[in-house]
Write a protein that binds this ligand. Structure first.
Ligand code: DHB
Ligand code: FE
Length: 280
């Protein structure tokens, strides 16, 4: 049976793409951010997951405001990155795992999560930034991907509780796959940031620290919060934290934090990263 070996989280700020392309790893602005990732890469090289389920929000590349699914999932043989207008280089496609995706879809729909199923899907920075950070040498990494999209761009957004429950159904779906695969679940986005409106530039360090800590040992802390609570505490785009909660819901066993990093500012965003081991 498939096994969930761990959960990762990472912010997905587009500026990271240029910093990677220009190798700014030792630049004083970027170093404290990039330095968080090598220990996680070493852990991934040791554990060698076969599949990464990437929970992210599409920012208008694949779905625009005219059609905005609450939850969507890829079932394609590969996923292409396309120009979103941020001025970051587009990167090579990612391998899909359509059979595995269809297993997840069947199980999730059976458990009352009505996913939009995508047999073609373009992936944006929400997906590609974490992939580049965790698997910088993707061509050599031998890992397949499943993109899972949560709407965080057009209200109404799914509640923290709904996302956590979807994560639990996802965990059950993954671990009922009959092949002996190792799966890692990645939640992207966050932490606090707001890109527009009167509170543009809003950051809430105190709430970020609560998010970083509670997501590990007490994820239920967030379940009675509304999306409006999330927006008030984390900023309009800080509500992307619901994708961390979705990831956390999928972890089925004893969860142990292996690595973490928190650094601000990166562009307009408080950048957070976690590596959680999912044990027996
Ligand atoms: C930024 C952060 C995001 O999460 C995003 O999707 C786009 C931009 C930023 O801080 O620049
Ligand atoms: Fe975003």
């Amino acid at each position: 049976m498939a096994r969930i070996v761990g959960g990762l989280t990472s912010s997905h700020i587009p500026a990271i793409g240029n910093a990677i392309a220009n190798k700014k790893f030792d630049d004083p602005y970027w170093k404290p951010f990039f330095d968080g990732y090598p220990p996680v890469r070493d852990w991934l090289a040791e554990v060698k997951p076969d599949i990464a389920v990437i929970i992210y929000n599409d920012h208008g590349l694949n779905f625009f405001l005219d059609k905005q699914p609450t939850f969507a999932i890829g079932a394609a043989p590969e996923y292409h990155n396309q120009d979103e207008g941020w001025g970051i280089p587009t990167i090579a496609p990612f391998k899909g795992a359509p059979e595995f995706s269809w297993h997840l879809i069947n199980s999730l729909v059976h458990d009352d999560f009505d996913m939009v199923t995508c047999q073609e899907m373009a992936v944006d920075h929400g997906f590609t930034m974490p992939m580049q950070l965790f698997w910088p040498d993707y061509a050599q990494a031998n890992i397949k991907t499943v993109p899972l999209v949560v709407n965080t761009v057009q209200h109404p957004l799914p509640s923290p509780k709904r996302c956590y429950r979807m994560g639990q159904a996802l965990g059950k779906a993954i671990e009922s796959y009959p092949e002996d695969l190792k799966v890692v679940v990645v939640g992207t986005g966050g932490l606090s940031h707001q890109l527009d409106g009167e509170r543009a530039g809003f950051i809430n360090k105190e709430f970020d620290q609560i998010c970083m800590a509670k997501i590990v040992d007490d994820p239920e802390y967030f379940l009675d919060m509304s999306i409006h609570d999330m927006v008030r505490l984390a900023g309009a785009q800080g509500a992307e934290f619901i994708m961390w909660l979705t990831m956390r819901g999928a972890l089925t066993g004893n969860v142990k934090q292996l690595y973490s990093n928190y650094h601000l500012p990166i562009s307009n965003t408080a950048a957070g990263m976690l590596c959680l081991k999912n044990g027996a």
